[in-house]
Design a protein around this ligand. Structure first.
Ligand SMILES: [Zn+2]
Length: 223
């Protein structure tokens, strides 16, 4: 799953208006932000395998530290605690962040083949395999993305022109990248996958920048 995760990040702004969009993106995509670095250091493994699924040619051989349910629960707690320590004990945003980190596993569970681990070393792998249906995957991804974005638009408004141009150019960028990755040629090597996946950090930085140019709409003051 790709843009569906960002849908959750956008939508979470409603539950935690004080948290920057960049932090929300970091939380919902924490697994995929960690993954390329673990690949490059050899702690996790992926292979390019033509026809692995209809949606993606990637065979996720091993990724327990970034993508097991146990690891994501631990990362979620850690991330939530770190946020509340830095922001001095704010519970609701911290819980929102922790849930976002864990949400990544559940969304991936829907799309991935049974390759998602539950624990670090166990052999059980799960996944519903929606990636074997192109229309099903696109419908799920765009529905989550659209709902999340609509919630974000109701929860914030642009402070200046950059606030709307920045947001809409990010939306266009995410949709184009997703379509290109889905229908474009497969990546040549695992290393190429890892390096191109590092570009996800740009989206996080973009989120922080957008957040500076938009303000939360206080509940009940919308006209
Ligand atoms: Zn993932």
């Amino acid at each position: 799953m790709f843009i569906g995760h960002f849908g959750l990040g956008f939508g979470a702004k409603r539950a935690a208006p004080a948290v920057s969009l960049g932090t929300l993106f970091t939380a919902c995509q924490f697994a995929d932000l960690l993954w390329p670095t673990l690949l490059l250091f050899g702690y996790e493994r992926v292979e390019v395998q033509q026809g692995a699924t209809l949606m993606t040619p990637l065979n996720f051989v091993s990724y327990p530290y970034s993508h097991s349910l146990l690891a994501l629960c631990a990362w979620g707690v850690l991330f939530g605690v770190a946020y509340s320590v830095i922001r001095q004990g704010r519970i609701r945003p911290a819980v929102t962040i922790a849930l976002l980190v864990v949400s990544h596993w559940f969304l991936d569970y829907v799309t991935h083949l049974p390759d998602l681990p539950l624990t670090l070393h166990g052999s059980t792998r799960v996944g519903l395999g929606l990636w074997n249906s192109v229309p099903g995957t696109l419908a799920a991804e765009f529905a989550l993305f659209g709902i999340g974005l609509a919630m974000y638009l109701r929860a914030t408004k642009a402070r200046d022109r950059a606030g709307s141009i920045g947001l809409w150019s990010l939306v266009a960028f995410l949709v184009i990248v997703y379509i290109a990755a889905t229908f474009g040629p497969p990546p040549p090597t695992p290393a190429a996958i890892a390096w191109s996946a590092q570009s996800m950090w740009l989206i996080v930085i973009w989120g922080y920048w957008i957040d500076k140019h938009r303000v939360p709409i206080a509940m009940g003051t919308r006209g």
